[in-house]
Design a protein around this ligand. Structure first.
Ligand SMILES: [Fe+2]
Length: 367
């Protein structure tokens, strides 16, 4: 059964606090700016280009930011608690949960209690289903979505299964788009994300809509990866994956494979018209280092290390050339979370390990 729709929730205390902080910082910056140099107020930023009639670009004086964490494959053991402690210490504005929650039937409330004890009752711990709860066999996504409901204002779609939200709601810096391809739902069937399907169209429209509204960053999250140095194939599908890259989605976050792995920035060009799972063509790598420019392609990050355990990574996997870094059971094993800060001009991401682990990673995308 699909999760409940929570399309117009009240803003949580965390979001209110974040809005207040952002507003206070911005107000201070504008006052200082006016006092020192007589600069233009934020509302008089550069005009929109003719083909972009929506809201103007982020003005240079925009000092706002959005801070989020993301991890999946959590469980209810010491690893899960250690990663929740990391997230609590980072104090993000929200956390994207990349699926696979309790790994136990009937433990939904206990899982939710574990989370709220660590992060607080009103913290935006935002859910997308994994394969363990999509068909209900290890807990039901609908039940999880009731005890860890959406806390972000303006969410569109079906929370837990297929939704997007702009953060902050006013003059957004980032659109989060969460989808559920490549997994079975009740009845043993996957949701249809094939080209031309309603869900394909919904996903494409959500990405295009972010661009049309001049939202600086687009982040897509889903449970299953396409490219992986672990043991899974391309479960979300080659065509859907290529669609995300063709639209230059900045960041695609997944779980499922219990590893941390980050691809290079992958892009489609005349020399790389399509990304083929199981291959790693140099022509498909837009940028191989850790300092990237927006608009050349997509970075895929698997953060399946939210507590449940580890899979091996294969350095000789035929897709290895697509990847910048990897960590798994047999190499630099770590539990932890991705930690991301976005502003109007850049996205900074790093991996923060839980206590007892030392693996880290960091990369940035500039606009
Ligand atoms: Fe998992």
């Amino acid at each position: 059964m699909a999760a409940r729709n929570h399309s117009a929730p009240a803003a949580s205390a965390a979001v209110r606090s974040w809005v207040f902080r952002s507003w206070a910082i911005m107000s201070w910056a504008v006052l200082l700016c006016l006092a020192v140099s007589g600069c233009q107020p934020a509302s008089e930023g550069p005009p929109a280009s003719p083909e972009q009639p929506a809201s103007p670009e982020q003005p240079a004086s925009d000092t706002r930011s959005v801070h989020f964490t993301a991890a999946g494959d959590i469980g209810m053991g010491g690893g899960a608690r250690a990663v929740l402690d990391v997230i609590a210490g980072l104090k993000p504005d929200l956390n994207i949960v990349l699926g696979d929650l309790s790994y136990q039937a009937g433990a939904e409330q206990a899982f939710c209690d574990m989370v709220t004890q660590k992060l607080g009752k009103d913290f935006p711990y935002e859910l997308i289903t994994g394969n363990h709860e999509s068909d209900g066999h290890d807990g039901d996504i609908g039940t999880f979505a009731e005890c860890l409901p959406n806390r972000l204002p303006g969410l569109q779609g079906t929370y837990g299964t297929q939704w997007y939200v702009d953060v902050p709601q006013d003059r957004p810096l980032v659109r989060f788009i969460l989808i559920s391809p490549g997994m079975d739902f009740p009845g043993g069937q996957p949701l249809d994300y094939s080209p031309g399907s309603d869900r394909w169209g919904w996903t494409a429209s959500a990405i295009d809509g972010a661009r049309a509204a001049n939202i600086p960053w687009t982040v897509v999250g889903l449970h299953t990866p396409c490219f992986s140095l672990g043991h899974y194939g391309c479960q979300p599908g080659e065509q859907l994956t290529n669609m995300l890259v063709s639209k230059n989605v900045d960041l695609v976050l997944t779980g499922h494979e219990h590893v941390y792995q980050r691809t290079r920035q992958l892009g489609l060009t005349a020399r790389c018209p399509v990304l083929v799972p199981g291959e790693a063509r140099d022509d498909c790598v837009a940028d191989a280092d850790n300092s990237l420019a927006q608009g050349q392609g997509t970075v895929f990050v698997t953060v399946g290390v939210g507590g449940a355990g580890h899979h091996d990574v294969q350095a000789d996997d035929p897709e290895a050339g697509l990847f910048a870094v990897w960590s798994g059971k047999n190499r630099d094993r770590a539990l932890g979370t991705l930690d991301v800060m976005v502003t109007g001009s850049r996205l900074d991401a790093r991996f923060v390990p839980a206590a007892g682990f030392s693996f880290t990673d960091a990369f940035a995308i500039e606009r």
